[in-house]
Ligand binder design. Structure first.
Ligand code: HEM
Length: 529
């Protein structure tokens, strides 16, 4: 099914764009940019190369310095930001605007000034959470031609089609949910490291992990909101607020989210999670890529959880598309994350109730270069996909290659329901190699409406393992049980790890004490590791 071909059927009130505070956004943006330049100078040489004493890895600092010295610097001055004008959320974002926004979410300098805990706390208190979620909705439903949305807006489950031009109707909800999951899913119970707090996905090594392909676009889409709210909104909070708001907009009953994640100025604290996809250089080393052991949180360095095609079981080997092996791998890895079986099934099935996987073609480097590689080679943007033809189409829309697996899980991928589970148990699934050259599963003898639906080996694992299957069957017959389990698991997933401000607050109710506790979150009843 080509989601781009869906006709425009309806526009909901929620999708109409209110531009009333765009001028304010522009002014704040200009101020922020100038402030950023001012703050940057002490650590930058006259040629803008990196100064001494930065906390990033040695080789990284060196290579970044080299790039910063010889490259135009994006997003750091009136020229870079000038085109943003009064269109930060509305239409007509120019190429220069997109470059500047891109650089805020994936800074070429590989570092970004972060406010102190005190500065953050004092401005967080003034942050209007209702206004923030309204801005997230506006960004979520505004198509941007630089990275066209997979889906049109949706109202009560009715697609309204792809936006024809910039600033029109689109739906980035699933992308924002994946962004939040990948940010939070680095958390590991083994030693409490990881999590979205710190907002380190902007930096190396996380931004160049294979799993985080194309999340640079999601951060760029959200950058205007970071600019508007400034120090009072951390990147960690913005990413989780975006994922949670997106879920709610698509119908997921999420009761609460909290703000107060303290941003970090670089990615240093992510290095122990695994470095740049190189198992041999991770800390601690991973002997067999695909079977990395605790304390590493993931089975595969460069993937935050498990291999979707099935585990790799020998050094240098290929994925084995065996759902039983995948189930064991999931239990091990999600256990290291602190999730029990019920939470694991709710999270995987909930996440895959929406959105689609991207594997448009099977060519080498279909997804493009990581930020680390792209910046090294003087490219302006990373993950510049190579499927499809023509400058306007290549690597975008129907031609996106992210994981290499292609297709949506459900017939209504921007609508929250339990079809992921009902189809798992009511249909028969068979293994095949998809258009992206990866193992994936399809419905046997599918009718036209279902022939493009897909499952990953890790999804099929949920019906081959007895314990997981019992939970899948329960969620297939009881939507409310699924809703409640997902809500609890999502809150836990997105609120663990890292440093929280003493001034943390929630959109509804108070902050649970474990969230802000020092060394948070290893004292929950449900913690199983
Ligand atoms: C075993 C665990 C999981 C595996 C192996 C897995 C794997 C994947 C893969 C390979 C993709 C496709 C990426 C692409 O090509 O665009 C994907 C997409 C997605 N995943 Fe997962 N995932 C897992 C768990 C989760 C969880 C726990 C959530 C959230 C609660 C989640 C939310 C999503 C969403 C929303 C998308 C669609 C993104 C879009 O439409 O752009 N996933 N996942």
């Amino acid at each position: 099914m080509h989601w781009f071909a869906l006709p425009i059927l309806a526009l909901s009130a929620r999708e109409s764009v209110d531009n009333s505070d765009e001028q304010t956004m522009l002014q704040v943006m200009d101020r922020t940019v100038r402030k950023g330049m001012g703050h940057m100078s002490p650590d930058m040489g006259p040629d803008m190369s990196m100064g001494k004493g930065k906390s990033m890895g040695k080789s990284m600092g060196k290579s970044m310095g080299k790039r910063m010295g010889k490259r135009p610097v994006r997003g750091m001055g009136p020229v870079g930001m000038g085109g943003l004008g009064n269109n930060v959320v509305g239409s007509c974002v120019t190429g220069a605007d997109w470059e500047a926004l891109y650089d805020l979410g994936t800074p070429m300098s590989n570092e970004q000034e972060a406010p102190t805990v005190q500065q953050f706390g004092s401005t967080l208190g003034e942050l209007d959470v209702t206004a923030l979620t309204a801005d997230i909705r506006r960004v979520m439903f505004n198509n941007r031609l630089f990275w066209p949305a997979d889906f049109g807006g949706v109202s009560d489950g009715v697609f309204s089609g792809e936006g024809g031009s910039d600033g029109e109707n689109g739906n980035y909800g699933p992308l924002f949910v994946r962004l939040a999951w990948h940010c939070a899913g680095t958390y590991r119970m083994t030693d409490g490291k990881g999590g979205c707090t710190g907002g380190r996905q902007r930096f190396e090594p996380e931004r160049s992990w294979e799993d985080n392909t194309n999340l640079d676009k999601a951060r760029a889409l959200l950058a205007p909101i970071k600019i508007k709210y400034g120090d009072g909104l951390s990147w960690g909070d913005l990413i989780i607020a975006a994922g949670t708001t997106a879920l709610r907009e698509m119908g997921t009953p999420v009761r609460q989210f909290c703000l107060g994640r303290v941003d970090e100025p670089d990615g240093t604290n992510s290095f122990p999670l695994g470095i740049g996809g190189q198992p041999a250089s991770s800390t601690p080393p991973c002997e067999v890529q695909g079977m990395c052991e605790a304390p590493l949180g993931a089975g595969t360095v460069g993937l935050i959880y498990v291999n979707p095609e099935g585990p790799v079981v020998e050094a240098g080997g290929s994925p084995v598309p065996d759902p039983a092996l995948a189930a064991a791998n999931i239990r091990d890895v999600f256990g290291r994350m602190g999730q029990d079986d019920r939470e694991t099934v709710a999270l995987i099935g909930g996440g895959h109730s929406i959105g689609k996987s991207h594997g448009a073609c099977d060519i080498p480097h279909a997804g493009g270069l990581s930020p680390f590689e792209a910046y090294e080679q003087d490219q302006m943007f990373a993950w510049d996909g190579e499927c499809g033809q023509g400058s306007g189409l290549r690597g975008k829309g129907d031609f996106v290659a992210t994981s290499g697996i292609e297709g949506a899980w459900t017939t209504r991928p921007t609508y929250w329901d339990n079809e992921f589970f009902t189809y798992l148990v009511e249909r028969e699934w068979e293994l095949f190699t998809g258009p992206g050259g990866k193992y994936q599963w399809r419905i046997v003898n599918a009718d036209a409406a279902e022939e493009d639906l897909m499952r990953m080996t890790t999804d099929i694992a949920l019906i081959t393992d007895d314990s997981y299957r019992a939970i899948v069957e329960e969620f297939a017959r009881d939507q409310k049980a699924f809703d409640e389990a997902f809500d609890d698991a999502w809150f836990k997933l997105t609120h663990r790890g890292g440093m929280w401000s003493p001034d943390s607050k929630c959109d509804v109710g108070s902050v649970p004490s474990w969230v802000t506790a020092v060394g948070n979150n290893r004292m929950l009843d449900s913690d199983i590791y």
